[in-house]
Structure formats: structure tokens, C-alpha cells
Ligand binder design. Sequence first.
Ligand code: FES
Length: 117
Amino acid sequence: MKRHALCALHDLSENSTRGFDLGEDSRPRYIFIVLRKQRVYGYVNRCPHLGATMEWLPDQFLDYQGVFIQCALHGALFAVNSGLCLRGPCIGASLQKVRIEIDNGQIFALLDQSSKL
Ligand code: FES
């Protein structure tokens, strides 16, 4: 398990999202985080429908109202706290969670080096 520093907790505001590429050796490993009600949720940035990356614009992963995570390609909606698809072509499927740790005001992602992202 490798710990990757992402950003400071105070860099995020409520309902803000941010994407990261934690890849090494030119192999991308895209993830994103969401701050909601003082909790940080992390997911692999890959839609369970067709495997697309999900942001509308850089660091924009939520729907227009800022309630759900939304895939930009076909509009699937996912719950922020579980990653479960609630509406769209992959309903019932889930985003892959990324373990997040907050240490001394810094947000870290914990990734298994052998897992494919
Ligand atoms: S690739 Fe995300 S909804 Fe189709």
C-alpha cells in the first residue's frame, strides 16, 4: 500500500471535487475526491458503464446542482457517499472506492500498488 499526498484539506470547500493522476512510469492512475459534510470520499476516475473518465471539466465531477457525482459521457448519477449508480446506463453498479486518509490537515490516497486503476 502506497500513500500519495493529494492536497491540503483547507484547499477544498464543501462539495468541491478534484482529480489527480497518481500514475508512475507513464501509466496513468486517475482518481478524484469529493468533500461533503466534512468527509472526503475518493474514487477511481473510471465510470463502470464504459470505463470513461468522468469529469465535465478539470476538477468538475458533480452534477449541475452539486448533489450527485455525474459521468460526463452518458450522464450516470452516483451517490457521493457510496459511489453507487442511482440513475443512468449502469444503475446498480458502483465506482471503485479509494481509501482516503487525513493526517495533519493533509489528504492522502492509499493505493495498492498491484491493483489496476
Ligand atoms: S461512460 Fe459513464 S455513463 Fe456511460
